[in-house]
Design a protein around this ligand. Sequence first.
Ligand SMILES: N[C@@H](CCC(=O)N[C@@H](CS)C(=O)NCC(=O)O)C(=O)O
Length: 267
Amino acid sequence: MADDPKTLPKTLLVWEHPLSPYAQKVKIALREKGIPFEVRLPVGIGAGSTDDAFAAASPRREVPALEHGPVTIFDSRIIVDYIEDVWPTPSLLPADPVLRARGRMVEEAVDTQLEAIGWGLMELRVFKRGDDATRASIEAHAARQIAQFHAFLTRTLGDAPFFGGAAFLRADMAVISHLMGAARPAPETPLGAWVARCLARESVAITAKEAADSVAGMANVDAAVKAGLFKRQYRDHRLEWMLRCGGMEIVRDGIATDTIRFSTEIA
Ligand SMILES: N[C@@H](CCC(=O)N[C@@H](CS)C(=O)NCC(=O)O)C(=O)O
């Protein structure tokens, strides 16, 4: 018999990195629900963690992971589903089934394709992968793809104030987490106005500040990659994006220099 989540302590532990959009989604959801939580940064995240406590919560060694008493959960969508199941009010989902389905589609799209672009731009800009010509060519692909994504999101939002309809709900939490970094829309656009509405919420503002503070500590991380302290994870939609945009040499070089790795096999 599984533990009854309703009898477990209300305080949760979120394994996270402040820059992970998936972790941001989870923290915004918890903050919107008013559920207290602690955060922990896994030792060695970004290098292929060796932290056993973290691996027990997240066998794929990815953040976010949630600990609720003896219950451990990985993957942001499964975590937010769990939060919603255990603490159904206030609900993070709209009542209308069409809006719910639309929100789930938007979450799927941003969590896969849009996230890959933001991740890839970090590989170029922060981790300094590739030579100047390769970087310029991949940047051009990314700019075009981000413009396409903005158009898709703007169409989906339509005239509504939020992706959740009248209220800031789960789809908004998913999208804003991917639009606060490299893919941020111009403020004068409808999508930019939506970003401002999201940032006016305390849950988002706190989460955004945590991310901004953590960027400050990232100077010279490219040197840390070259010194073997970081080994960046190239997997699924991110790997596809790099190859799609012409980054085969970056992948080949990363394998040759042992500065990239693939997903962690669940053992
Ligand atoms: N599908 C997962 C994706 C989580 C994910 O990709 N997390 C990244 C950070 S954004 C990670 O922890 N990567 C492991 C690493 O870089 O070592 C979710 O929704 O939670």
